[in-house]
Design a protein around this ligand. Structure first.
Ligand code: ATP
Ligand code: MG
Length: 363
């Protein structure tokens, strides 16, 4: 969390004493004039809050805040002045330059409280902005992902009547099956986007005591019957039953996306090992494959929406499976880790609390 605070005052004694009182709670930087502070803001602008005196030579507090606002508009500004002039306060407030106006001398405890509020306000404001940016970015990526299939459907829709006219049944069949594949792909993409939307909205989690061993067994059974390539599954677990308090929909999304990737990115007949370890308060679940592996420099992007590694070859995918896994793990307040060696295989490990009810979301 950014708790960096800049103190600006032309009197060194005041700066020293303020810093002494605040340094245990915040990361403090000081400047003894508006000009020096501006210089600092231009080189290192990440401050949650600025506290400035009003009466300073060359550039007063309001003039300084007007400049500071241009450089870092989201940083909160507090005026701390011995000259409690009503006109000064009014001017600063009316020009929207300050968050709070405090009169010297201010007790350290009071200043600390105001600064803590300011840091929290800054954190929420920044988080909100990041979320809006992420949503805008997501929408534009989604639109782009749909562009190619929609264009190919449009082309097919224009061409098909021509092939009907000339009675070219082979071309008609060819285009029809291409359209079918394209529509199936769009449908999958849509389903995943809807799942992400639900997870983002903190779907009403329903916690029940569920046997994780039988959930995994069921999923492996489903995958085995659908896996035409034929992998060997090894489910390594000591307990015959292991109850955890979890949400069935979310836990299934996590495990099934990890197994689906293990199948997709590993060769025919290779082994996929699902391991369940029982700890005192936690379970550790890992899915290991002997597949293509993940390039080390791409691991940081794995959970980004639509991200696919460069070594996927012809293997199809939307790049949303791990985004869903990551959001699911976050909802259950767990952790996820990835280990991978290129060409040798990958292991995804999920750590979950046995009682996730303690961490219920919005209920
Ligand atoms: P889908 O949305 O259909 O699951 P996807 O599998 O491409 O598509 P993710 O599951 O999000 O998308 O995975 C993102 C990328 O991470 C994959 O495209 C692949 O490059 C890489 N990846 C994920 N799991 C593995 C794995 N077990 N082995 C190798 N690479 C993997
Ligand atoms: Mg996947």
């Amino acid at each position: 969390m950014n708790n960096r605070v800049l103190l600006v005052d032309d009197e060194d004694d005041i700066l020293i004493s303020l810093k002494r009182n605040l340094v245990k709670h915040f990361q403090i930087e000081t400047a003894n004039s508006g000009i020096e502070a501006i210089r600092l803001l231009n080189t290192s602008p990440q401050f949650a809050c600025i506290v400035s005196d009003f009466n300073m030579p060359k550039m007063n507090g309001i003039e300084f805040f007007a400049e500071a606002k241009k450089i870092i508009p989201n940083t909160l500004r507090i005026m701390l002045t011995g000259h409690a002039d009503l006109n000064v306060a009014m001017e600063a407030i009316n020009q929207d330059f300050i968050y709070k106006f405090l009169v010297k001398p201010t007790f350290p405890d009071i200043l600390i409280k105001h600064l803590k509020d300011a840091v929290e306000y800054y954190r929420l404001q920044t988080m909100e902005k990041e979320m809006i940016d992420m949503k805008v970015n997501f929408i534009s990526i989604v639109a782009n992902e749909f562009k190619t299939p929609v264009n190919s459907l449009l082309t097919a829709a224009y061409l098909l009547p021509e092939f009907f006219k000339i009675n070219d049944q082979k071309k008609v069949d060819n285009f029809m099956s291409k359209m079918q594949i394209t529509l199936e792909g769009m449908n999958k993409l849509l389903e995943k986007i809807l799942t992400i939307g639900k997870l983002d909205a903190n779907i009403n989690l329903k916690f029940f005591d569920l046997d994780i061993v039988s959930i995994i067994n069921e999923l492996i059974k489903e995958f085995k019957s659908a896996d035409s390539i034929g992998h060997d599954f090894l489910f390594d677990h000591l307990q015959t039953q292991l109850y955890i308090s979890t949400d069935l929909v979310v836990i299934k999304l996590i495990i099934s996306n990890l197994i689906s990737n293990a199948i997709k990115y590993s060769p025919k007949n290779s082994i996929i090992k699902v391991k369940l370890t029982n700890e005192i308060d936690q379970i550790i679940l890992s899915v290991e494959d002997c597949g293509i592996g993940i390039p080390e420099n791409q691991i940081v992007h794995l959970f980004d929406a639509f991200y696919r590694c460069q070594n996927v070859g012809f293997q199809k995918g939307t790049g949303l499976g791990l985004t869903i896994v990551n959001k699911g793990v976050e909802l259950l307040k767990g952790q996820i880790k990835v280990n991978s060696i290129i060409g040798k295989g990958s292991t995804f490990t999920v750590i979950l609390n046995k009682d996730q009810r303690i961490y219920k979301f919005n209920q």
